[in-house]
Ligand binder design. Structure first.
Ligand SMILES: O=C(O)CCC(=O)N[C@@H](CCC(=O)O)C(=O)O
Ligand SMILES: [Zn+2]
Length: 350
């Protein structure tokens, strides 16, 4: 760590860690300082800033955004929170690590630069015979920052990670979350209540491991972790921030209160879906029969065409199979589509 990086004075005054990160796309010298209210601020790298309040804490919270650089609403929410904290306007009761995943992709306004960061976690950044690139290095570093953050937490603290995104397409259910595969462990009603408070009433239950950031922190660190889709991708300045107010308030409450009370769980408040299958693009010639404005959660009748992968036609195999994240331009071998079917709240919830 350099003794006193030249950026510190300005950061202390403006709280503008987003601009600082965008100005230093892949590296920023580490630094630390203490706010007047006693909160310790640790800048670990570009896009990675930790706040440790002086009081004893019970939660270790990670908020990530810009894992995809063009998903701007979550970046704006985190930018506002970080500024409030640095300016002393928001007093923390819990430790929190903010991550802007891919600052260069924010600057170019694209999902990624060379490779989709959210396909590189859980060790997939480092594969024998595959050359490293900036995104692979970044995924490896982000894993380490999260790991160090949780390791330094108070004994017995609960861990959570909300990886904030917006979807490429419009969605019939505007806000939804992906609950990573828990390997048979029960899903938590308290987490669904948190999501509901954020304005997210729709949750997709994954049934297999993934290369995503949320699966990494769930599987490796036992965190209550979710990919949270907050709406549709829009350029900076075009987000209707009123649509994110509940989310922002709930994220704020989680880090600024000792304990947040949510209303009692009621299954009728939620729409839950089980992930039915993942369809990967295996051929250059890959297409969907539906238009680019077909929304997430559009259901298909059994036997209807869902996708064509080279010579293989893929049909809906259950009535109402619904599409999530269709993207025919993904790299070969990657997920081009998830499908989901409605699910009941069963005994695997605590
Ligand atoms: O709208 C889309 O096609 C993609 C939106 C997005 O980035 N979603 C995440 C979901 C991650 C998960 O499955 O948990 C992604 O594709 O990485
Ligand atoms: Zn995304």
């Amino acid at each position: 760590m350099s003794a006193n990086p030249s950026y510190l004075n300005e950061l202390k005054q403006t709280g503008d860690f987003l601009t600082l990160s965008r100005d230093n796309e892949w590296h920023l010298d580490a630094a630390e300082f203490v706010l007047d209210n006693g909160t310790r601020v640790n800048i670990h790298d570009t896009g990675v800033i930790e706040f440790q309040p002086a009081v004893k804490t019970s939660k270790d919270v990670v908020y990530s955004s810009a894992i995809h650089g063009n998903e701007t609403a979550p970046i704006e929410i985190c930018d506002a929170l970080i500024k409030q904290i640095i300016k002393g306007e928001l007093i923390l009761k819990q430790r929190v690590l903010f991550i802007y995943g891919n600052p260069q992709s924010i600057n170019i306004g694209l999902r990624f630069v060379e490779e989709n960061l959210n396909r590189l976690f859980n060790g997939h950044h480092t594969v024998e015979g595959v050359p490293m690139n900036n995104e692979r290095n970044r995924a490896a570093k982000l894993e380490q920052y999260v790991s160090d953050f949780y390791t330094r937490g108070e004994q017995g603290s609960s861990r959570c990670h909300y990886d904030l995104h917006t979807a490429i397409r419009g969605s019939k259910n505007e806000k939804f979350a992906v609950y990573p595969f828990l390997h048979g462990k029960p899903w938590k009603k308290s987490q669904l209540q948190f999501l509901l408070s954020c304005g997210v009433n729709t949750v997709l239950m994954m049934k297999s491991p993934a290369t995503t950031f949320s699966y990494y922190s769930s599987f490796i660190h036992g965190a209550d972790s979710f990919t949270v889709e907050l709406g549709q991708v829009k350029p900076f300045g075009q987000n209707d921030m009123a649509r994110f107010e509940k989310t922002k308030q709930t994220l704020t409450a989680l880090i600024s209160q000792n304990e947040v009370k949510y209303p009692e769980f009621n299954a009728n408040d939620f729409e839950l879906f089980a992930v039915h299958r993942t369809i990967n693009r295996t051929q250059h010639d890959f297409s969907f029969p539906f238009s680019d404005d077909a929304e997430n959660f559009t259901g298909f009748a059994k036997g209807e065409l869902l996708a064509t992968d080279g010579d293989t036609a893929i049909y809906a195999d259950v009535e109402g199979e619904a599409i999530i994240f269709p993207n025919a331009s993904v790299a070969l071998g990657q997920r081009a589509l998830l499908t989901v079917i409605p699910m009941d709240i069963d005994s695997n919830f605590i």
